[in-house]
Ligand binder design. Structure first.
Ligand code: HEM
Length: 373
């Protein structure tokens, strides 16, 4: 479903953005495309919403897009978590904007919940998506696993959010890296063409053969791990064995008493020379021939609480990148006199909100001549 909907949404994007009639397009902020794509895909596949590129989700009164409201609410949550004093000092206009975004989002979610409840009670819904299951758990009074209204909305928010922001950031970073490193883009396109050719429709069986497309996405995610911090609380006294710095044998014991919270610094993990040679370098080839679910790739976390959306995200990414790169050559839009290195420093720089991403990525897309990578 994710595969098919992504292909469909890519085609909608090309038509709606007017790309079909153009040979070259400048996109000042590629995130405008990747965020819209990812929100539509989680909305359609995880929630059974019937949105499309020209009619994206909006609040019930139509004043604000859900994408915009999610963005503002997520940013304000980050402020509330890390800088409560700043939040108090925010100008009134900004506070009003946050309040409005919050109301719009709640209005949107409540109306979706009400619609789905009505569909379920009228037995009109044959949907089996995560959203329907959450709504059913809210309705079902016979089980101790019932979700109250607040839990329902909270879960909807986190799934909508986790299900699109992370993937959208990583797609933007991937395209930025491929624009910068034309040789890697070329190598990826060669694999795409050898697997799917220039014209035929993609089928899900292609996914497993497009390991280089997955690798460019994985490597962008390693360098900008969207889930940049993992928080755990010790449920009992324990001792962590911390490996000594490279070159020194053994470990150093680190006691963690019960109740202490431990933060895992995912950026530190992904740049640790113990696991990666030349960690500062964008090298997709480190992921070639590594199985899709391999624990060597840890940016989705590993273990029982690892990301449940890993396959969702990689399926979406491979489908979208394959379609896009087969049709379009990607290049950075440089400012006057700017070198590619300066572009990299300016653009492929960490931007931290609730998740980690890169700054606004300005890219030029040029239509490929069929038959020529
Ligand atoms: C590039 C894309 C993504 C990245 C990098 C990512 C990363 C992560 C990470 C690191 C965690 C563990 C968080 C922790 O332990 O504190 C996580 C958990 C989670 N992710 Fe993702 N994620 C991505 C895409 C998605 C998608 C597409 C969905 C939904 C379809 C999703 C839903 C979730 C959920 C529900 C959890 C919580 C799982 C649990 O606690 O058992 N994620 N994700």
């Amino acid at each position: 479903m994710v595969w098919t909907e992504t292909l469909e949404t890519y085609r909608e994007m090309i038509a709606a953005e007017g790309w079909s009639k153009k040979d070259s397009i400048n996109v000042p902020v590629v995130q405008t495309l990747t965020f819209k794509l990812a929100l539509l895909i989680i909305g359609k596949c995880g929630f059974g919403f019937s949105f499309n590129w020209t009619a994206p989700p909006t609040a019930p009164d139509g004043t604000m897009s859900v994408q915009e409201a999610l963005r503002i609410v997520a940013d304000s949550h980050m402020l509330a978590i890390f800088a409560p004093k700043w939040l108090l000092a925010l100008p009134f206009r900004r506070l009003r904007e946050i309040g409005e975004a919050h109301d719009q989002l709640m209005g949107f979610m409540r109306s979706q919940v009400a619609n789905r409840k009505a569909e379920i009670s009228a037995h009109e819904s044959t949907k089996n998506d995560a959203f329907t299951m959450l709504v059913k758990a809210n309705e079902d009074e016979s089980t101790k696993l019932q979700l109250d209204d607040q839990e329902l909305i909270g879960n909807v928010f986190i799934m909508l959010f986790a299900g699109h922001e992370t993937t959208a950031h990583t797609l933007a970073a991937t395209l930025g890296f491929l624009g910068l490193y034309q040789d890697m883009q070329q190598e990826t396109v060669e694999q795409i063409v050898s697997v799917v050719g220039w014209d035929r429709d993609l089928v899900f069986e292609d996914y497993a053969k497009l390991d280089k497309v997955l690798a460019v996405f994985y490597e962008a995610l390693r360098m900008f791990p969207a889930g940049h911090i993992l928080i755990r609380e010790a449920t009992e006294d324990t001792v962590l064995q911390i490996p000594n710095p490279p070159g020194q044998e053994g470990t150093t014991p680190f006691p963690v008493p019960k109740g202490v919270q431990v933060m895992v610094d995912m950026v530190g993990v992904q740049y640790n020379p113990r696991y990666f040679d030349e960690p500062e370098k964008y090298k997709p080839s480190r992921w070639y021939c590594i199985s899709n679910e391999s624990e060597a790739f840890s940016a989705f976390s590993i273990g029982p609480r690892a990301c449940i959306g890993r396959k969702f995200a990689t399926t979406e990414a491979v489908a979208f990148l394959t379609m896009l790169l087969r049709d379009w050559k990607v290049e950075p839009i440089l400012k006057e006199g700017e070198t590619k290195e300066q572009w990299r420093d300016r653009v492929l720089d960490a931007k931290l909100v609730l998740t980690l991403g890169v700054s606004d990525v300005p890219l030029k897309f040029t239509r490929r001549a069929r038959g020529r990578a």
